[in-house]
Design a binder for this molecule. Structure first.
Ligand code: DUC
Ligand code: ZN
Ligand code: ZN
Length: 483
């Protein structure tokens, strides 16, 4: 009998700490050995001359979700996880989103029903908390956290989702008490609304004016405010989808004070600019997301932040609304003002390949940082480590063998989501995910699916050191008992 179910032989095995040429022995879906000249496996995969990384964890994904405007994402759990898998992602963390008035527990049950039996890869949920009532704060959230749903996203904007500063404090205090991670969407709602009303009243309604309304100071201000609130309670916080320098500077200042402020960025802030929202006709809507893409100089700053460790996480913020569809971007017609266009861009499948090709292979990002931000850090932050996010003995054998020679022109035809466009259409890249393994099973090859839907498993989150308070206070005496 062979010693292993599979051996991936001779690849350059990359972790967040470094890389070395080694064989990986897999048994019962787990990594059983890493070393040289391992005995033969039942199946053998030749990875000589190739880079092998952990499978990606995309920790910011909107699928099977209905937006505050009442628009469904194009992707459900089947198409979303198929698409993720083909691009080298082996775990998604998507949102179970509460709308006001809903019981969080019921929301979670609904998302479980939407996902059950549909996914190609393993999956976990974050919560979106839009209605932190006494019942939610006092009973539902603590019970859900105890069940392994230990992270939630809250919003400073969107009429249907926005929390007041007071409500943000309630949620942060609860996160502190229960060692949960709070992710925050930071943009100043009133400033954006005020500006949007004036832009629209003056006839400036086209998609490009979305960027005027969602400008950098509104992102900077809300980032600053949320950090101040988190500092007051000594609670870690993760600022999601950071778009450029101004919010980054706020996070840098917080880090310089030693605060546990974490940061996430996404492909749209590296590969799109605000000019993409100024395409002819309605086409700019394809690249409309919040915060919006900025300019070339800001793209460079985002690269710097990925390199120097400011960014802990690189996620897609996949929020798929089809372009040529009355239930998608055109829900209010093509003459609608930018305020009526669903916000979001797809990116679940191209997240890993674009960062690998444009970052690692072009020398902008080390392989170690690539692994850290696409897999290892999200696993640690959200309590999925050590099962996920690393090439280590005992971890799930979620792995990608990369094809660094493959040249292609990005096209929606190559992707596997339910969308009718990709914002990256026409981009020429060299390097793509080749062999994708999920718990030891070869689930995709050359960007095409091999596995069947329904094999993915739900993952409850474990505890994480990243969400523990620092244990220091801004107050002259300890008053943490009142939080
Ligand atoms: N902004 C969000 O906050 N969520 C989904 C998409 C978007 O653009
Ligand atoms: Zn958001
Ligand atoms: Zn989002």
């Amino acid at each position: 009998m062979a010693a292993y179910d599979r051996v991936i032989r001779g690849g350059n095995v990359a972790t967040a700490e470094g890389s070395r040429v080694a064989d990986i022995g897999i048994k019962a879906g787990k990594i059983a050995a890493i070393g040289e000249d391992l005995p033969r496996g039942e199946d053998e995969t030749d990875a000589h001359g190739r880079i092998v990384t952990p499978g990606g964890i995309d920790s910011h994904v909107h699928i099977a979700q209905v937006s505050g405007m009442g628009v469904w994402t194009a992707d459900d759990f089947e198409s979303g996880t198929r698409s993720a898998m083909c691009g080298g992602t082996t775990t998604t963390i998507s949102f179970a989103a509460q709308h006001r008035g809903q019981s969080l527990r019921k929301v979670v049950d609904e998302y479980h029903a939407r996902a059950a039996g549909k996914t190609y890869i393993d999956y976990a949920f974050h919560l979106i908390v839009s209605d932190p009532t006494e019942q939610v704060l006092g009973q539902e959230l603590p019970a859900l956290i105890a069940d392994g749903l230990t992270s939630f996203k809250i919003y400073t904007t969107y009429d249907a989702l926005k929390l007041s500063d007071r409500q943000i404090l309630d949620v942060l205090a609860l996160a502190r008490r229960h060692n949960a991670m709070t992710m925050v969407h930071c943009e100043n709602h009133d400033a954006m609304t005020w500006l949007a009303e004036k832009l629209i009243a003056s006839g400036r309604t086209r998609p490009k004016y979305h960027c005027f309304s969602h400008n950098m100071p509104v992102e900077r201000e809300a980032t600053h405010r949320v950090i101040a609130l988190a500092e007051m309670l000594d609670t870690p916080v993760l600022i999601v989808h950071v778009s450029g320098r101004e919010a980054m500077d706020e996070i840098r200042r917080a880090r310089a004070r030693g605060l546990k402020v974490y940061a996430e960025t996404c492909p749209q802030y590296l590969f799109l600019t605000q000019d993409d929202l100024d395409k002819s006709g309605f086409d700019g809507a394809m690249c409309m997301c919040s915060p919006p893409p900025r300019d070339k100089a800001n793209q460079e700053h985002v690269w710097i932040g990925l390199r120097d460790g400011l960014f802990d996480v690189f996620s897609s913020d996949h929020a798929p609304y089809r372009f040529d569809d009355p239930k998608g971007k055109k829900v209010a017609g093509t003459d609608a003002s930018f305020k009526k266009i669903p916000n979001g861009v797809p990116g679940l499948e191209i997240r890993m390949p674009l960062l690998f090709a444009e970052g690692v292979l072009k020398g902008r990002l080390t392989l170690e940082r690539f692994v850290a931000v696409t897999a290892t850090n999200p696993a640690k932050i959200y309590g999925l480590a050590p099962q996920k996010g690393a090439i280590a003995i005992g971890a799930d054998a979620d792995l990608v063998v990369w094809d660094h020679e493959r040249e292609l022109t990005v096209s929606q035809r190559l992707l596997h989501d339910a969308m009718d466009y990709t914002p990256y259409e026409g981009m020429k890249v060299k390097g793509w995910a080749d062999l994708v393994f999920s718990r030891g099973e070869l689930v995709a090859k050359g960007g095409e699916p091999l596995a069947k839907a329904g094999r993915g498993r739900y993952l409850a989150h474990g505890p994480s050191d990243w969400s523990k308070p620092l244990g220091r206070s801004i107050f002259p005496e300890d008053i943490s008992d009142i939080f």
